[in-house]
Write a protein that binds this ligand. Structure first.
Ligand code: NAP
Length: 340
């Protein structure tokens, strides 16, 4: 059976997801698109797809079975609530939403529906290298994880598009989510340190160093640099009681010439995580075809939102800011058990 999908938001990642849903993956067809900018939606629409006037019209259309949200974060809540009201499975790009109150409203609507409909676009969980890293940690041969070092470097971000809070409220959510998933732990507190500002960073607070405290007592340090210039560089290393496990550098042809020996660095997230995005949609298509969702949930999106909120408070206060989560609804599985 072919899953009929509508895409909301046809900007950078919307166009990339339309490409994979149209040209790469099977069992799926993009039947509708919409964007605030109708001309952009029309240009991005695959052959035969309808261009809708609004997200509401797309979500409510009988021709659309499942929805992919690629609009900007502040628009996600309204669109998610519409999808849940229409009982349609929805893939929502990160961030789930941009405030704790909004995350709780989405969670309550999904709970009232009775089963999961929402998958959040935390694509690192679908990356083969991250999955192997998690398998090593879960295997237990290295002992308990104590520290996780996460490095998140973007070549640049478009000028004028982001505020100074962007590294903490937009970028950090990936590191927060992958830390929770890798360590099987909840984040309980956040500290932020701001070194000398990069002159490449325009008016952004860039770089930043974030320290995440977890319920088990493990610590995660995150470097976020969003204008590093040389490429998109994602690193991760877990120090355990009896050894260390790291993400490999991405395989790339080794070039030797008069400048030395070097390997290419991915230009951006599209290149680095191309296979992970494909895999996250493969798994979403199967679940959405059954009227449900698997993978990163509303609960995971809520957790990442709380971490971003705490990070924004921490940068102002200079202190450790607590992350207080509500009790976990049964819909999202067992709470993480933490040894005393
Ligand atoms: P973008 O290029 O600005 O595209 C967003 C598009 O959505 C724009 O065309 C925008 O129109 C449109 N839009 C905004 N609000 C809308 C609404 N209420 N209804 C319909 N269309 C609306 O941004 P992007 O880089 O594609 O990012 C989109 C989302 O994906 C963001 O939440 C971002 O954080 C996320 N993202 C995730 C990853 C990842 O690695 N998973 C990577 C990149 C982006 P206007 O430009 O006219 O406002």
């Amino acid at each position: 059976m072919t899953l009929r999908v509508g895409v909301i938001g046809t900007g950078m990642i919307g166009q990339d997801h339309i490409r994979r849903l149209t040209q790469v993956l099977s069992g799926v067809r993009v039947v509708g698109v919409t964007d605030i900018d109708r001309a952009r939606a029309t240009a991005a629409a695959p052959e035969g797809a309808e261009v809708f006037d609004s997200p509401q019209a797309l979500i409510r259309s009988d021709s659309v079975q499942a929805v992919v949200i690629c609009s900007w974060g502040p628009a996600h809540e309204e669109q998610l609530l519409e999808c849940i009201a229409a009982r349609k499975p929805v893939f929502c790009e990160k961030p789930l939403v941009t405030s704790e109150a909004a995350a709780l409203r989405v969670m309550e609507a999904e709970e009232a529906h009775g089963h999961r409909l929402v998958q959040v676009g935390f694509m690192r969980r679908f990356d083969a290298d991250y999955r192997r890293l998690k398998a090593v940690i879960d295997g237990g041969s290295l002992g308990a994880p104590l520290l996780y070092h996460s490095v998140h470097r973007n070549a640049s971000v478009p000028e004028g598009l982001y505020t100074s809070d962007m590294p903490l409220n937009d970028t950090l959510v990936h590191d927060a989510d992958i830390s929770r998933w890798l360590l099987d732990d909840e984040i309980t507190g956040v500290e932020v340190r701001v070194p000398r500002r990069s002159t490449r960073g325009k008016d952004l607070r860039d770089p930043v160093v974030v320290l995440l405290h977890t319920a088990s007592g493990a610590l995660v340090d995150v470097e976020i640099s969003v204008n590093i210039g040389y490429g998109y560089d994602i690193r991760g290393e877990v120090s355990c009681e009896g050894g260390v496990a790291s993400l490999p550098n991405r395989p790339a042809t080794v070039v030797s010439d008069r400048h030395g020996i070097r390997q290419a660095i991915p230009a951006d997230w599209r290149e680095r995580f191309i296979d992970a995005y494909d895999q996250e949609f493969r798994e979403w298509i199967v679940a959405a075809g059954q009227g449900t969702a698997t993978g990163p949930s509303t609960w995971d999106g809520y957790a990442a939102t709380l971490v971003a909120d705490a990070a924004l408070r921490a940068v102002e206060s200079g202190r450790l800011e607590p992350v207080r989560m509500r009790a976990k609804p049964a819909l999202y599985g067992e709470p993480i058990a933490v040894a005393a």
